[in-house]
Design a protein around this ligand. Structure first.
Ligand code: FAD
Ligand code: EPU
Length: 349
């Protein structure tokens, strides 16, 4: 039986590369192992860790960190149009995407190269380049940590939204997701409406569209603008793109004609937070001063990525607190200049 280790550094386990400690740490590769590692008294805080690519550790974790290492990719069902694939939570997301591409199973090609593990993918309903996890999700099995029993969640149980689910809200830290079943298409429906994909496909001189071409285009765009966590610590977009009403958008547009926004089906607008962060800066915090840009800003080892202002970075030895403090300053100056409140996407611990 696996045991818990005491006082270990979580630095190798988070893509921000933050050096914080876990009081106890253990990994599990099936639900029985998880159950056997859980302490009999319920007084301990627990945290389920995947690939660590969407967390910011602002302090040592005085509880038990459980690293989910459940593996396995199995075809569980098939009908005329779909295959149903059950995947262990500890499988790497991009490896799973490659597995699907190899077998011509369509649906996850736009989600290529997203870091992290399959078990975390429902947590914030991962999304990129016009597709969200919810579109391929069938169900998942999760283990309730306090009640010690497994529960199945269907699509409607998960209450998926933009970078959101029940697991991020009312069930936060209550369940360990064990596996996710995806419903993938035998015949693809292509999603190429996201502008940058079209341009990239043209650049690649693709004559016949395929899920492979789309994945290649997505990988190329992502590699050109998002920093590789192996080179510089980061957790992808630090903030969500905020949604505003049409009247608020019109006010913003009148004042900032170049502002980047997308209309939504409910009549609201999603504003590109990266644009707002690029178009305000540290000096804007002092009233009356002309504004510099946060983009490329660096203080100590905490900074804002020079190519993508939505991504905060750790150049080496930043503390989680210094990254968090920088995020507070950015939120304050965006609110002052645009009267828009940013929300963090990253899970702050
Ligand atoms: P972790 O960081 O380990 O955990 C994240 C949260 O999920 C934590 O609260 C954790 O407790 C919980 N969790 C993890 N596993 C489980 C489980 N098995 N059961 C219950 N709870 C669990 N995200 C996007 O949506 N779209 C993108 O395009 C995108 N691009 C990114 C680019 C870069 C360079 C980086 C670094 C990150 C990006 N992300 C993106 C964010 C991140 O990749 C995703 O959120 C991913 O799903 C996180 O997976 P993880 O395994 O690393 O989760
Ligand atoms: N922009 C700027 N300056 C910047 C960054 C962006 O002006 O520094 C403007 C540009 O006009 C650009 C637009 O914002 O065209 C959108 O930028 P981008 O295409 O890079 O996407 P994003 O809105 O910044 C979102 C997701 C990403 C996802 C991409 C592609 C959120 C919070 N982020 O980023 O997801 O990969 O779209 O779909 O929704 C993540 O969640 O971690 C993540 C990386």
């Amino acid at each position: 039986m696996k045991a818990l280790t005491e006082n270990i550094s979580l630095r190798p386990y988070n893509s921000f590369g933050i050096d914080a400690k876990a009081r106890w740490f253990g990994s599990f590769s099936d639900v029985e192992q998880l159950a056997s590692l859980l302490p009999s008294d319920s007084g301990h805080r627990t945290f389920i860790l995947g690939g660590g690519s969407n967390i910011l550790l602002t302090r040592d974790f005085d509880g038990i960190v459980f690293k989910n290492e459940i593996k396995g990719i199995t075809e569980v069902h098939e009908d005329e149009e779909h295959v149903y694939i059950k995947v262990g939570a500890g499988e790497n997301w991009h490896e799973f995407v490659l597995h699907c591409l190899h077998r011509n199973w369509a649906g996850v090609e736009n989600l290529a190269l997203i870091p992290g593990n399959v078990g975390a993918s429902p947590m914030q309903n991962i999304g990129a380049y016009g597709v969200e996890l919810a579109e391929v999700f069938w169900n998942l099995e999760a283990f309730h940590i306090k009640d010690k029993k497994a529960v199945t969640f269907t699509l409607s149980d998960c209450d998926f939204g933009y970078r959101d689910s029940v697991f991020k809200n009312k069930y936060r830290d209550q369940f360990a997701i064990l596996n996710v079943t995806f419903r993938l298409r035998k015949k693809p429906i292509y999603h190429t409406s996201y502008g940058a994909i079209q341009q990239e496909l043209e650049k690649m001189e693709v004559r016949e569209l395929s899920i492979h071409a789309i994945a290649k285009a997505v990988i190329s765009i992502r590699s050109s603008k998002l920093p590789d966590p192996k080179v510089v610590g980061n957790a992808g977009s630090f903030f969500k793109n905020p949604e505003v009403t049409q009247s608020k958008f019109e006010l913003l547009k009148a004042q900032f004609p170049d502002i980047v926004a997308y209309s939504l089906v409910n009549g609201n607008y999603k504003i590109a937070a990266g644009w707002m962060i690029e178009h305000t800066g540290p000096r804007a915090e002092r009233r009356g001063q002309p504004s510099l840009s946060w983009k490329g800003f660096r203080e100590g080892d905490a900074g804002v990525h020079p190519k993508q202002a939505l991504v905060l970075v750790n150049y080496g030895n930043a503390t989680g607190k210094s990254i968090y403090d920088l995020s507070e300053r950015i939120m304050k100056s965006v609110e002052e200049k645009f009267d828009v409140i940013l929300e963090r996407e990253v899970n702050v611990i």
